[in-house]
Design a protein around this ligand. Structure first.
Ligand SMILES: [Fe+2]
Ligand SMILES: [Fe+2]
Length: 378
């Protein structure tokens, strides 16, 4: 049983159609013009409209156009006195399901109604099926993205743990890099890519021998040079990928110890020669090293960190990337507090055997005010 709206200005035709519709077990509502039809469509729901073309004041085609464009699920069947192929084509082009010419045979109308209702049902089912498929694809894509992100994250965590860092450190650097990118006005998808790829910055530490990475006391020049190769090793591990995410990880691993003034490593790049992602992660990595508690020292006061980093603006750090961070200190501190290291994790991390400084893989921090506490870092 369907609810069918009949729109025809001839009372005789309306009545014939009403009886035909009722005889098939459907519920009919009859109107004589488009204004009344619109009122009925506005107040009730219909599966089908049987619509005349020549109506007083307005063509039935206007109504068809409106109904179809309105994205409703109402099917339309034209019933017209004009046996005009051009008009029929126009009506079908507008979205009508059929075009019946008056005078009609009853069976013609019945078949037309049955076909229109069947086609409408199939289209609705088809649409629902498509929506389900789209939702499924979206869910699977999100699932794939999450699993890819987790794999990257755990890989990065493995590298950080070797160097007395916690999983929370890479989470903080990741969020902070994203924050800087946002403040710099990078597109949202680029910021998101940076958030996911930045934890890979120290992945090359995986390949640095324990004897050097965990060496107590100062490093020799040769040992320091070996530690510095974690940038190139990280790049080698991630290079030649077709995945933009891994490509970005490779770029960051390679460049996060470059300095804006050209005094960094491994290639002594200067200013804009350093990819922006590397310049951003350099700021985020150093910031986190200073504002967070580490196994070898407590966090420095925020004012001191700001002062210290600003002193390196344009020297160690890209001025704009640093400015972006400094303009968002409350948000950056909120990231630190949200991803604070749990004490049980800190206990799991063996403290460095040397007492005078941080582990050798820490970010490049030969900064004036904190020289004593980080002088061993590279
Ligand atoms: Fe590093
Ligand atoms: Fe780091």
């Amino acid at each position: 049983m369907a609810r069918i709206l009949i729109v025809d200005d001839e009372p005789g035709v309306r009545e014939v159609l009403r009886r035909l519709v009722a005889a098939e077990g459907h519920v009919a509502t009859v109107t004589g013009d488009t204004t009344a039809a619109r009122a009925e469509l506005g107040s009730g729901s219909f599966e089908l409209i049987l619509c005349d073309v020549n109506l007083p004041g307005e063509s039935g085609l206007e109504l068809v156009h409106e109904v179809v464009a309105g994205d409703t699920e109402v099917a339309v069947l034209m019933v017209s006195g004009a046996d005009d192929p051009q008009l029929a084509e126009t009506a079908l082009g507008l979205g009508a399901y059929g075009y019946i010419v008056k005078p009609f045979r009853n069976s013609e109308v019945n078949i037309g109604i049955a076909n229109a209702l069947r086609r409408r049902r199939l289209e609705i089912e088809n649409k629902a099926h498509h929506e389900r498929l789209e939702q499924l694809v979206a869910e699977r894509t999100a699932e794939l993205g999450r699993s890819r992100e987790e794999t990257i994250h755990r890989l990065a965590r493995a590298a950080e743990l070797r160097d007395h860092e916690t999983g929370q450190h890479i989470e903080r650097v990741s969020r902070c890099s994203q924050l800087i990118a946002q403040r710099l006005g990078l597109p949202p998808d680029r910021c998101e890519l940076l958030r996911i790829a930045s934890p890979l910055h120290d992945i090359g530490k995986i390949a640095i021998p324990d004897s050097i990475l965990h060496k107590p006391g100062p490093l020799t020049d040769d040992e320091r040079r070996i530690v510095e190769t974690h940038t190139e090793l990280g790049h080698t591990i991630l290079a030649d990928s077709r995945e933009p995410l891994i490509q970005l990880g490779a770029e960051i691993a390679w460049t996060h110890h470059e300095r804006f003034d050209g005094g960094g490593y491994p290639r002594s790049l200067v200013g804009d020669e350093i990819p922006l992602a590397g310049r951003i992660v350099a700021v985020a990595d150093v910031f986190d090293a200073l504002v967070s508690d580490r196994v070898y020292r407590s966090a420095l006061p925020v004012e001191e960190v700001v002062h210290t980093m600003r002193a390196e603006q344009g020297a160690h750090f890209d001025p704009e990337a640093l400015e972006a961070l400094l303009s968002a200190i409350p948000e950056a501190i909120a990231i630190r507090d949200r991803f604070r290291d749990e004490e049980r994790h800190m206990r799991l991390i063996p403290a460095p055997r040397h007492s005078e400084g941080p582990p050798v893989g820490s970010p490049s921090l030969v900064l004036p005010n904190v020289r004593t506490s980080v002088s061993r870092s590279v």
